[in-house]
Ligand binder design. Structure first.
Ligand SMILES: NC(=O)c1ccc[n+]([C@@H]2O[C@H](COP(=O)([O-])OP(=O)(O)OC[C@H]3O[C@@H](n4cnc5c(N)ncnc54)[C@H](OP(=O)(O)O)[C@@H]3O)[C@@H](O)[C@H]2O)c1
Length: 227
């Protein structure tokens, strides 16, 4: 059991992942954009195992300040979970501002931050996990729909591929994770999975990946998803 960093832990899957790792006896550094009721509630029962930090993806000063404040911290796993759906219309008529914000938060910022955090990932068994989506798979897109969100997660997959290719020599493991369709603010009420069930599976997948090396696109049960 080591220490895990979870980026975007105020609610939804990130909060459930934080609870799951704490229940397994891990230490967790959980980030939030502003103090959240979700992490307040977890902190009350976590003793010293839960640390919190402020971070807004897409805000360069916030990203730099967060990375710069980590000192000598080392993590067995880093989970880039934060993400947004983008404009509800999901139309190609979207403005440059809408597309820019979506791609920055979902694709560029997590990978930009990952580069900064690389010195804080334990070697050689560190796991760097990105919360992508099955909707970002090119080969699995047989229906279309949710096109802007798909675009952002496909872009995330491509940027993580470049990052993984450049770090193969270090032997770390890069995971692109699909959490399932999960009942959260983003997933909605119709989703079949609750966040705790998804998080239990995701945590196991992350723990099992330590030392595996390479890059893998997996769902919350460890099944491979085609790129
Ligand atoms: N739910 C699903 O069915 C599903 C399926 C596939 C993939 N995913 C992916 O799983 C991840 C978590 O989704 P979720 O369903 O838990 O979503 P959610 O309930 O909407 O929670 C999103 C989380 O991301 C944080 N966040 C958003 N923008 C941020 C930013 N600019 N900087 C820092 N944090 C930010 C939010 O913080 P605030 O509270 O401050 O807004 C919140 O903690 C996302 O990457 C999502 O794309 C979800």
């Amino acid at each position: 059991m080591g220490k895990v960093l979870i980026v975007g832990a105020s609610r939804g899957i990130g909060l459930a992942l934080t609870a799951e790792f704490l229940s397994r006896g891990w230490k967790v550094l959980a980030t939030e954009r502003a103090p959240s009721a979700g992490l307040d509630a977890l902190a009350a029962g976590a003793g010293g195992a839960l640390q919190r930090a402020t971070l807004t993806l897409g805000d360069r000063l916030s990203e730099q300040a967060f990375a710069g404040g980590l000192g000598g911290s080392s993590f067995a796993a880093i989970v880039m979970n934060a993400g947004i759906f983008g404009p509800a219309h999901q139309s190609l008529e979207a403005s440059r501002e809408e597309v820019g914000a979506l791609v920055d938060v979902n694709a560029l910022a997590p990978v930009r931050l990952a580069h900064r955090l690389m010195p804080h990932l334990a070697v050689p068994e560190g796991v760097l996990a990105f919360m992508t989506s099955r909707l970002g798979s090119l080969s699995e897109n047989l229906s279309g729909g949710m096109d802007l969100y798909r675009l952002s997660k496909a872009a995330l997959n491509m940027l993580t591929r470049s990052l993984a290719a450049g770090n193969e020599v270090r032997g770390l493991t890069v995971l692109n994770l699909h959490p399932g369709w999960v009942k959260t603010d983003m997933g909605g009420e119709a989703a079949p999975l609750d966040a705790a069930t998804s998080a239990r599976g995701l945590a196991q997948v992350i723990i099992d990946a330590a030392g595996r090396g390479g890059q893998h696109f997996l769902d919350h049960q460890g099944a491979t998803i085609p790129w």
